[in-house]
Design a protein around this ligand. Structure first.
Ligand SMILES: Cc1cc2nc3c(=O)[nH]c(=O)nc-3n(C[C@H](O)[C@H](O)[C@H](O)COP(=O)(O)OP(=O)(O)OC[C@H]3O[C@@H](n4cnc5c(N)ncnc54)[C@H](O)[C@@H]3O)c2cc1C
Length: 455
């Protein structure tokens, strides 16, 4: 068993791992250094929102942070309101309350049980993994631990190519939507707001700003101009466990074939969503079968379609967006951003539709880039990840999906696997593909705890 462990990251993945470790009541005292990076520990990016318009995109019954206590979040929510059902899509703020409450409980219990947990409200500056342990560096302090786990979430967003320095300097082109929403103030002026990207991040931004800025109109630009699909009000029971489909996919690991199989299965299902959901437990093993060129093909041609059906929004969110469209406040456009520059008081965008040679010009007061999670370790500004990559301590995934590692979460460098250096969550996207949402993260937390306590 490792006696000294560092957990680096302050979001839900770190909280799930810490709570799982302490929940097990390890027989010997543990020393855990938890580097939370600032902000409220446990909430991270997704659950730091204070807006009740920001809903979970997973039903309450599936959002426990513990793999062994599936009703965890639902019980917490029902203690505050017994009318809540397991099929409800609850505010992410409430989920943040749950994470915080569980972490507080775990820390109190740790103290009573004689474990030593230091909650360090700052970022780790550097990490040096070695064969017999890991050194974590913050400022002047070097701390040697038996094992370290990176729980850093996704990387800071980067501006799209074609966005001029002047556009970025103007403050009207926003690359980091969450910080922007947290600071945004009510505005009575008519504003034209353009969103680049039309996934769940865009949906959050639309709901929030449409209320905060009642005179604003919105144009959302994406390759296909389509919103994420909604969940149904009531969850459909799957017709079967999807075993035949998974078997057929295993036999032919090619993206074109897989989409053919998926479409076929969906046409025979009462609700296509059940087909998509049936793949979820099998996704890592299916992903592992795909050769690199097939993965690249998926990312180029099919990722957008997969994300739309896999990352669905709550039905009431869809209703709110449809209302915005009916009021004429939200327009969707197909196209790709080619350039963004300052034009007087506004930003001027050049947007090209796939089949056109010429670009359309779109003027906007504010442009918000909502293109989804950044996982590209090769080009990141994240100081710790850059330090690790520059020093060859981690190897970036060649397709920009986090870093190389094993399915158990051990990180790799130059083809070798570190014995005591791990990751959990989004950094493992290239290894597992499904590695960002709580249902996967809590499984990883459980398995990683087994490894940390059995070592
Ligand atoms: C808007 C949004 C909505 C979502 N909704 C859902 C949902 O409804 N259901 C679901 O299951 N999943 C949802 N997800 C997926 C979500 O990614 C996970 O549920 C979960 O929040 C991931 O947590 P994390 O800890 O991996 O990452 P994060 O929440 O990003 O946390 C990473 C933390 O690491 C810290 N950090 C960074 N660098 C350092 C450093 N050097 N040292 C120390 N700390 C550092 C950061 O400050 C941050 O606190 C959503 C994601 C987003 C972005």
């Amino acid at each position: 068993m490792y006696r000294r462990v560092a957990i680096i990251g302050g979001g839900a993945a770190a909280a799930a791992l810490l709570s799982e470790l302490l929940e097990r009541q390890p027989p010997q005292p543990l020393h855990i250094d938890w580097y939370t990076g600032g902000g409220t520990p446990a909430r991270g990016v997704a659950y730091g929102t204070r807006s009740d318009r920001h809903l979970l995109n997973v039903r309450a019954a599936s959002m426990s942070m513990f793999a062994g206590k599936p009703r965890g979040f639902l019980d917490f929510a029902q203690r505050g309101d017994h009318t809540i059902a397991g099929t409800d899509f609850l505010p992410r703020r409430l989920y943040g309350d749950y994470l915080e409450a569980e972490v507080t409980r775990a820390l109190e219990r740790a103290q009573a049980d004689g474990h030593d947990v230091r909650v360090l409200p700052f970022a780790a500056d550097a990490v040096v993994p070695e064969q017999d342990g890991v050194t974590v560096i913050h400022g002047e302090e070097n701390t040697r631990v038996d094992a370290a786990v990176l729980a850093l979430g996704s990387l800071p967003p980067q501006p799209l190519s074609g966005v001029s320095d002047a556009a970025l300097a103007s403050g009207q082109y926003v690359t980091e939507p969450w910080g922007f929403l947290a600071e945004a103030k009510p505005d009575a002026r008519p504003l034209k707001v353009v969103l680049i990207g039309l996934g769940l991040t865009a949906v959050d931004v639309l709901l929030e700003l449409a209320t905060l800025w009642p005179n604003a109109s919105f144009e959302a630009i994406s390759r296909h101009g389509l919103l994420p699909e909604p969940h149904l009000e009531n969850a459909s029971a799957p017709a079967d466990d999807g075993a035949d489909l998974v078997e057929a996919m295993r036999e032919a690991p090619e993206i074109r074939r897989w989409f053919h199989l998926l479409r076929e299965a969906a046409t025979h299902a009462a609700d296509w969503r059940t087909v998509i959901d049936s793949l979820r437990p099998h996704t890592p093993s299916l992903w592992a079968l795909l050769p690199k060129d097939e993965r690249a093909r998926f990312l180029r041609h099919a990722r957008w379609a997969w994300e739309r059906v896999r990352h669905r929004m709550a039905p009431q969110v869809m209703t709110a967006l449809q209302a915005l469209e009916h009021e004429g406040r939200l327009h969707r456009r197909c196209g790709r951003l080619q350039a963004a520059d300052v034009a007087g008081e506004k930003l001027r965008l050049q947007v090209r539709h796939a089949h056109d040679v010429a670009c359309d010009t779109v003027d906007a007061d504010v442009v918000i880039q909502t293109v989804g999670l950044n996982t590209d370790v090769r080009r990141t500004q994240h100081a710790l990840v850059r330090q690790l990559a520059t020093n060859g301590h981690i190897t970036p995934d060649p397709l920009g999906l986090g870093c190389m590692g094993t399915v158990e979460g051990r990180l790799q460098h130059d083809g070798s696997t570190w014995p005591h250096f791990y990751a959990i969550g989004t950094l493992l996207r290239g290894v597992l593909w499904e590695s960002t949402a709580m249902p996967e993260i809590r499984q990883q937390a459980r398995q990683l705890t087994d490894r940390l306590l059995d070592a």
